[in-house]
Ligand binder design. Structure first.
Ligand code: PEP
Length: 251
């Protein structure tokens, strides 16, 4: 299947301005357009300048890590979709487990944010994933299905076709514990089957589903070679240019 293959980096709250620019310059200099996408999810202050640095690199795109659900107004400290759009952002990461856990973002709020991002003409990278007790109880597939249904399944087929999904088991994020390729494949296959049920095979087959959780150069090839794993959402290893380039080159 000809889905987009993506290595997306999530810098989180790391890298001051100069460090972020140096990282971007190293990524631009050290990667080539392989036909696959590299996405940089930077802090807000970096977006405009990073956008300029990557403007001649067709394979590198810009992502924000969040946005507010409302279009503008008295929301001190927040950022709007039109602000992101005005500096060349193309993707917005939504529903990261850290946003869900520390900022109380639930499925209903995320449905609003998904709408806002799509209405603004940007593309959501929608994160889902279960905590360890849910995996241990064996209900992880149902849990993730509920997240997707409650935040995405109100969308029309046309809108849904713009979504990138990132499956990120919380027990594997920043812990050094990676889901095995078989565990990732099991969930990605289940997600794709759910999408096929709701939106049909064509849309399900065209949707990129990324895996996130301690992706590193040493495990990326095994993960990305699974039939339903279309790339990764990468935290820690996206902060090191050599590691992130190696991950980008792992398809
Ligand atoms: C993430 O935060 O999306 C993530 C997957 O982090 P890490 O790669 O560090 O586990």
């Amino acid at each position: 299947m000809n889905r987009l293959k993506i290595a997306a980096g999530n810098w989180k709250m790391n890298k001051n301005f100069g460090e972020g620019l140096a990282l971007t310059q190293a990524l631009v200099a050290g990667s080539e357009d392989t036909g696959n996408l590299m996405i940089l999810g930077t802090p807000y202050i970096h977006l405009q300048t990073v956008g300029g640095l990557i403007s001649n690199s067709n394979h590198i795109k810009l992502a924000a890590q969040n946005c507010h659900q409302n279009l503008k107004g008295a929301y001190t400290g927040e950022i709007s979709i039109s602000m992101l759009q005005s500096v060349g952002v193309e993707y917005v990461i939504l529903g990261h487990s850290e946003r869900r856990q520390y900022f109380d973002e639930g499925n209903a709020l995320l449905a609003e944010k998904v709408n806002t991002v799509l209405e603004g003409g940007l593309l959501p990278i929608f994160c889902c994933g279960e905590a360890l007790p849910i995996r241990e109880a064996g209900t992880h597939v149902e849990f993730v299905a509920k997240q997707l249904k409650e935040s995405l399944f109100h969308l029309s087929a046309e809108d849904f076709s713009k979504i990138v999904i990132a499956y990120e088991p919380i027990w594997a994020i920043g812990t050094g514990v990676t889901a095995s390729p078989a565990q990732a494949q099991e969930m990605h296959q289940a997600i794709r089957a759910l999408l096929a049920e709701k939106y049909g095979n064509e849309i399900a087959d065209a949707t990129s589903i990324l895996y996130g959780g301690s992706v590193k150069p040493a495990n990326a090839k095994d993960l990305f070679s699974q039939p339903d794993v279309d790339g990764g959402l990468v935290g820690g290893a996206s902060l090191k240019p050599d590691d992130f380039i190696a991950i980008y080159n792992s398809f």
